[in-house]
Design a protein around this ligand. Structure first.
Ligand SMILES: *Cc1c(COP(=O)(O)O)cnc(C)c1O
Length: 227
């Protein structure tokens, strides 16, 4: 089996190559290691290789890992769907939440975030493909939600996140990401603090980097298949 350290350095090299290929500044793209359904031992290996940002989707699994890995200075990102009875724990344990798509959830996260802690970093999840089954705010309602969330204390809205419809064609992948990026750049005029465009997964991160992603969320490309 390949070592995680090798995967991480190979992925970092690919990210750098894509930054160059698409005229992005060096280090414009951050790597979020999506560790859902991966054992703690692999997270420790990735941490030892220099990785500091990890993403989890399922709260109970996240709670167990965050507790077991409390000796490591990890930035934990919650990237899964959020039910309102889960916000307290997320507000306590995570540094980032990428999957905020309604005001009710944002209000609870803000109310439940300890004001003594740094603000919880938030990305607003946008439903690009308009599929009913997918989470995310409707694109037309995104600006209003950003405005409401930006007004809440204890949160720092940092930008947008999306999971576009699965697509294998590179140009079509780019077209979807371009729609999110256009929205992001427009919002930056009203929200100059926006610095995070969370888009790109294992099968489409080149297209996402080409279109302006600042954070790619990679699971299987880093860790292999989930258990
Ligand atoms: C699982 C997941 C990822 C990682 O997916 P891979 O295809 O394994 O890279 C990224 N973002 C979200 C929101 C996910 O749920």
């Amino acid at each position: 089996m390949r070592r995680i350290a090798d995967n991480i350095s190979e992925i970092r090299e690919r990210i750098h190559a894509f930054e160059q290929r698409y005229q992005r500044p060096a280090d414009a793209v951050k790597l979020l290691a999506v560790s859902k359904k991966q054992p703690e031992a692999l997270i420790r290996e990735a941490f030892a290789a220099g990785q500091r940002d990890f993403g989890e989707n399922y709260l109970q699994e996240a709670e167990e890992k965050i507790t077991a890995l409390a000796d490591l200075e990890i930035n934990w990102h919650f990237i899964g769907p959020i039910q309102s009875n889960k916000t307290r724990s997320i507000a306590r344990l995570c540094q980032w939440v990428h999957s905020v798509d309604r005001l009710k959830i944002a209000r609870r996260l803000s109310d439940q975030r300890d004001p003594a802690l740094p603000p919880l970093n938030i990305c607003i999840q946008v439903n690009l493909s308009g599929e009913d089954s997918k989470s995310g705010v409707d694109p037309s309602a995104t600006e209003e939600l950003c405005r409401q969330v930006a007004a809440l204390p204890n949160l720092a809205v940092r930008g947008l996140m999306s999971i576009p419809a699965a697509e294998t064609d590179f140009q079509r992948q780019r077209a979807q990401f371009q729609r999110l990026a256009t929205r992001f750049y427009r919002l930056q005029e009203s929200f100059p603090q926006f610095d995070t465009l969370s888009m790109g997964m294992s099968n489409d991160f080149e297209a996402a980097i080409a279109e302006g992603s600042t954070m790619v969320r990679l699971g299987t490309a880093l860790f292999g298949p989930r258990i």
